[in-house]
Ligand binder design. Structure first.
Ligand code: ATR
Length: 279
């Protein structure tokens, strides 16, 4: 008897470590919801094996990858075609394989904007924005935030030099400046404070500028957890209007990757609900 084999399109997330990633759950929910037949794998790859692992995944029929910590900048150097937003961010979180070419994109910025503007109703036009941290996560969001025409965007970081590099890079796009945590001007409150440091991942709470938070300040942590992150707990203690973790951004950036790969836009609100996290 002849058996029919169906080839299922393969996707995955590559990182190190990667076991904690929620991307497989999210993409399986998207696939179920939109009736797409695909599989999505967790791929733990050390930096020295990155290029080989990507090329092997492509050779063996892989259709696309998400790229996560610590590979986002390195991967930007390996692709054949880079989207404008990935080029501005200097980082890639989505790869699509077409024929023999590798296309690199970055959906983190649009993921954050969709969560803030569409899901959470935050008004960014003319807003005073403070970003804490100046690493890869900040690099991916400064451009998209400046496109929303805020009144100002201040990058505060423990190491001033890293914040200065970013503010110099983006100053052509809008009113961006930088300082150390201790030097954050607090004469006027901030409308939005985004934590983009990785301090919480190590359980640290750096000396965040307390006076920057008012009861009108919306606080958003790019990190997320099942219980409040150190920053989101801190923001609540300071009396912020809202303190939200980055579950919504996670699901929105995944939805944009899914759209790049499959040409369909999943319903993110339904998936956030299904994940039953306190977003
Ligand atoms: P990535 O590029 O992957 O985001 P990174 O370059 O190490 O990683 O950036 C992490 C960010 O978190 C940086 O802004 C870092 O501050 P420094 O530039 O001063 O290193 C910040 N960060 C990490 N741990 C921190 C801590 N304990 N206190 C304050 N800032 C911290």
């Amino acid at each position: 008897m002849e058996t029919e084999t169906t080839i299922i399109d393969r996707y995955g997330v590559m990182g190190y470590p990667v076991s904690h990633s929620r991307s497989p759950v999210i993409h399986r929910l998207f696939a179920l919801q939109t009736g797409q037949n695909l599989q999505y794998e967790l791929l733990q790859v050390t930096p020295d094996k990155l290029e080989t692992a990507i090329r092997q995944f492509q050779r063996t029929g892989g259709k696309g990858l998400n790229i996560t910590v610590p590979h986002k900048s390195e991967v930007a150097k390996l692709v054949d075609q880079l989207s404008e937003r990935a080029s501005t961010a200097g980082a890639v979180n989505t790869l699509a394989f077409k024929d023999r070419e590798i296309f690199g994109d970055n959906t983190d910025g649009i993921g954050l904007l969709r969560d803030l503007v569409v899901n959470l109703n935050v008004n960014l036009e003319n807003a005073r924005i403070l970003i804490l941290g100046a690493g890869g996560a900040t690099r991916g969001i400064v451009g998209p935030l400046l496109e929303m025409q805020p009144a100002s965007l201040l990058i505060a970081n423990r190491t001033l030099g890293k914040a200065k590099i970013l503010s110099d890079q983006f100053e052509k796009m809008g009113p961006v400046s930088c300082c150390r945590f201790k030097a954050v001007p607090t004469s006027e409150p901030y409308d939005l404070i985004i934590n983009a440091t990785s301090a919480g991942l190590h359980g640290d709470t750096p000396p965040y500028p307390e006076a920057a938070v008012s009861d009108n300040t919306f606080c958003y942590d790019l990190s997320y957890g099942l219980s409040p992150t150190p920053f989101s707990a801190w923001a609540r203690e300071q009396g912020a209007a809202e303190s939200v973790m980055g579950w919504g951004m996670l699901v929105e950036q995944a939805a944009e990757s899914f759209h790049i790969w499959r040409g369909v836009q999943p319903d993110t609100a339904a998936v956030l609900k299904q994940m039953s996290v306190n977003a």
